[in-house]
Design a protein around this ligand. Structure first.
Ligand SMILES: [Zn+2]
Length: 420
C-alpha cells in the first residue's frame, strides 16, 4: 500500500482564497453569480491562473476552455493525476459549489510548493468549462467534450438567450485554446465537492466517500384528452388531461417511495418538474398536458424495473380516465461506479486522518461522472448547511473545507507516488 503523508494543508489560506474568489461575481445576498463564459468568468479564470503561476504551475487551456495547471513530477513519462472542479456558478449560486474543488486543488499545489515536495507522477489541477448548464442549457459541457461524450461542434453551436454561441462566448473571453478538447493519457481524477444534499450534516459525518453516481431515466409525457366546457361537462363525459397527469404524477411519487420514504438515506428519486397545460384557461377542462418525468436510483436493476413497469401503469391510468398517453424515454444513463482503487485511497485517507465518514452515491451530476467513463475517478463530499446548494445561502464551515482538502491532498499524493 502507498504510504500517506504527514503534511498538512493550510486551512486559513484555503478559506481566505475561497472568500477571495467569491468576491468575483459576489451578489448582495452573499452568493455568487459567475455564469460561464462571461466577463465575470473571465476574471475568475484570470485570477485562478495568476494564483497557479505564482506557485510555478504551467497553465494551458484546450479548445473548450478547460484549464489545466500542471506541476511536473519526478517521472515525466508518467501520466498526470488530475483533480479539480468548476469555477462557474448558477445565476443565484453559492460560494462553494465547484469553487471548493478548484481552490482546494490550488491549496494542494501550494502546500506541495511550500514543502518542496515533488511527486512521482505529474499533477494537473483542472477548471472545467460550464459545469452548471445555466447559460446554454447543457450541463458539464467541458468535461463532456473532453471525455468524448459530447461533440465539440454541437456544443460550440449552442446558443444562449441572446443568440450568442458557446464558441463566440469562449473566443470573446480569450480562453479558447488551440489544443483540442480530447482525453489525453491521465492516471486518475479526484474531485472534491460539497454534498448539495442533507445526509452528511444530518448524520454528523465530516466526509462522504463517494462510490459512484446513480442511474437515471427521463421521459417526456403527453396526455391527450378533450377540451370542454367547465360548466356544462358532467363527470361521465370528461376526458380531463390534467387530472390524468395528476394521477400519473402520484404514480411517479409512489414509484419513488417504494424504495423507502422514512429515512433521508432512502435511495429512490422520482420527479415531475415541468408541466404545460393546454389551453390553460380557468373555465376549460384541459385537453392536453405535457410533462417531464425524472427517475434516479443507485441501482441499474431498479431503473430497469421502472423502465419495464412504469409506462404500462401510466398508460392504464390514462385509459381509465378516457385519455391517451404518449411516453417517450428521452435520456437514460446507467449508474456510474467510481474506480475501486481511487475510492480506496479516499477511504484510506479518511481512516488515517480519523474523520467520521459514510460511503454514498452522488445524487447530482458532476464533471467526475464524465471522466469516470474513461479514467479511474473518485469523489470526496463535504457537508453543506441544511443540504442547500444552487442557492446564495449555500454555506460550509472552514473546518469542513479544510478536512475535505486534507483528504484530497492525501489521496492525490498517494496516487501520484504509487508504484507502477
Ligand atoms: Zn458543482
Amino acid at each position: 500500500m502507498p504510504s500517506l503523508t504527514n503534511q498538512r494543508i493550510n486551512g486559513a489560506r484555503l478559506w481566505d482564497t475561497l472568500m477571495e474568489i467569491a468576491q468575483i461575481g459576489a451578489t448582495p445576498k452573499g452568493g455568487v453569480k459567475r455564469i460561464t463564459l462571461t466577463e465575470t468568468d473571465r476574471r475568475g479564470r484570470e485570477t485562478f491562473q495568476t494564483w497557479c503561476e505564482a506557485v510555478g504551475l504551467a497553465v494551458r487551456y484546450d479548445s473548450m476552455g478547460n484549464m489545466f495547471a500542471r506541476r511536473e513530477g519526478r517521472d515525466t513519462s508518467r501520466p498526470p493525476v488530475l483533480f479539480g472542479s468548476h469555477l462557474d456558478s448558477q445565476p443565484t449560486g453559492g460560494k462553494f459549489d465547484g469553487a471548493l474543488g478548484v481552490i482546494a486543488g490550488l491549496e494542494v499545489m501550494r502546500t506541495l510548493h511550500d514543502l518542496d515536495i515533488v511527486t512521482e507522477a505529474p499533477l494537473e489541477l483542472v477548471n472545467w468549462t460550464d459545469e452548471e448548464g445555466t447559460r446554454f442549457g447543457r450541463a458539464m459541457m467541458g468535461s463532456g467534450v473532453w471525455a468524448g461524450l459530447l461533440k465539440e461542434a454541437d456544443i460550440k453551436a449552442l446558443k444562449d438567450e441572446d443568440g450568442v454561441t458557446v464558441g463566440e462566448a469562449l473566443a470573446a473571453i480569450g480562453f479558447e485554446g488551440s489544443v483540442p478538447a480530447a482525453p489525453f493519457a491521465a492516471d486518475a481524477l479526484f474531485e472534491l465537492h460539497i454534498e448539495q444534499g442533507p445526509i452528511l450534516e444530518a448524520e454528523e459525518k465530516k466526509i462522504g466517500i463517494v462510490t459512484g453516481a446513480q442511474a437515471q431515466i427521463w421521459y417526456e409525457a403527453k396526455v391527450t384528452g378533450q377540451d370542454s366546457h367547465a360548466g356544462t361537462t358532467p363527470p361521465v363525459a370528461r376526458r380531463d388531461a390534467l387530472l390524468t397527469a395528476a394521477r400519473i404524477i402520484e404514480l411517479v411519487d409512489a414509484t419513488m417511495r417504494e424504495q423507502g420514504s422514512t429515512s433521508i438515506a432512502d435511495p429512490g428519486r422520482g420527479t415531475v418538474g415541468r408541466l404545460y397545460v393546454l389551453p390553460n384557461s380557468p373555465n376549460v377542462i384541459p385537453g392536453e398536458v405535457r410533462f417531464t418525468v425524472d427517475f434516479r436510483n443507485p441501482s441499474d436493476e431498479r431503473i430497469a424495473e421502472i423502465a419495464a413497469t412504469f409506462p404500462g401503469k401510466a398508460e392504464a391510468i390514462a385509459a381509465a380516465n378516457g385519455c391517451e398517453l404518449i411516453l417517450k424515454p428521452v435520456f437514460r444513463v446507467p449508474a456510474q461506479p467510481f474506480d475501486a482503487d481511487c475510492v480506496g485511497l479516499v477511504r484510506q485517507a479518511v481512516e488515517k486522518l480519523g474523520f467520521s465518514s459514510r460511503e454514498m452515491v452522488s445524487g447530482a451530476g458532476h464533471d467526475a461522472v464524465h471522466t469516470a467513463t474513461i479514467i479511474p475517478t473518485a469523489m470526496i463530499f463535504t457537508p453543506c448547511k441544511d443540504g442547500l446548494s444552487h442557492n446564495e445561502e449555500e454555506s460550509i464551515l472552514p473546518e469542513e473545507a479544510e478536512a475535505g482538502t486534507q483528504v484530497l491532498f492525501e489521496a492525490i499524493v498517494a496516487r501520484a507516488n504509487r508504484q507502477i
